[in-house]
Design a protein around this ligand. Sequence first.
Ligand SMILES: NC(=O)c1ccc[n+]([C@@H]2O[C@H](COP(=O)([O-])OP(=O)(O)OC[C@H]3O[C@@H](n4cnc5c(N)ncnc54)[C@H](OP(=O)(O)O)[C@@H]3O)[C@@H](O)[C@H]2O)c1
Length: 300
Amino acid sequence: MGYRIAVVGATGNVGREMLNILAERQFPVDEVAALASARSTGDMIEFGESGEQLKVKNLEHFDFAGWDMALFAAGFSGYARKNIIANPNCSTAQLVVALKPLHDAAKIRRVVVSTYQSVSGSGKGGMDELFEQSRNIFVGDPSQPSHFTKQIAFNVIPHIDVFLDDGSTKEEWKMVVETKKILDPSIKVTATCVRVPVFVGHSEAVNVELERELSADQARDILREAPGLMVVDKREDGGYVTPVECVGDYATFVSRLRDDPTVEHGLSMWVVSDNLRKGAALNAVQIAELLGRKHLKKAA
Ligand SMILES: NC(=O)c1ccc[n+]([C@@H]2O[C@H](COP(=O)([O-])OP(=O)(O)OC[C@H]3O[C@@H](n4cnc5c(N)ncnc54)[C@H](OP(=O)(O)O)[C@@H]3O)[C@@H](O)[C@H]2O)c1
């Protein structure tokens, strides 16, 4: 017997990936409800290999009684009740997957991270704006930014989410507090988050200072064995991963791993992942799988 699962935000970038991943991983489902706002109530969404059609229902009128789990991907103004498990921010998720094995091996003191975040990280609206703006620029039509604060096509924007009093952005703040919360409160983190004209896939240039010595070669061996990671680091033309290559993948990719001689026990690396998958939908389904295996009666 499987689960009755509701996917909230099922018409969005992350919600659609959640449906894909539930089907791909053969998550034991008896019934799936696709929920969104009144805007898309009644729309049809495909689920699974058989092409089952799900009719989108309005979250506002949905009764969760009798449903085993709900995967939420509808923004932060959602439900603040108990039994809710939070997913980390997309840029944090891939970062901590790469940092954890290094922290276990040689204890991380400080992390400096600069992100190159794709437009899908800001929802359907972000992808539409990059597409429309690129087309308009090519054909010479005017194009004013509306979803982003400045032109995103053929440009980069050092601003994701709102500004805070100290001059950082909320996205940068999230990377700091979530990394500490997930790995270790003693780790110092500083982040600069940048939106780039890439449709899917976040990249991060990461500099790590460790407490104990760990060479790049040792780190590479450790990361090769770590769960959820793929090391592609050939030190030759094309011997590294870029965002377009990670789309649709479950893994977080590590490339360009090297010693950083400017600090004691320093390492630098390039970390890339599909933000809609490990950064959101896959992580949520993996949590649901764990929940099923460890805490719910029906075994997943
Ligand atoms: N994209 C990423 O890389 C990423 C990574 C990590 C976390 N997240 C988080 O995941 C969430 C969804 O992101 P997304 O990229 O999928 O956004 P999106 O493409 O803009 O989709 C938003 C979804 O939420 C639904 N929705 C919005 N307001 C709603 C409401 N009041 N009631 C019910 N449904 C509502 C929308 O339904 P309609 O079709 O009816 O408008 C749509 O299905 C956000 O919280 C985002 O921060 C995203």
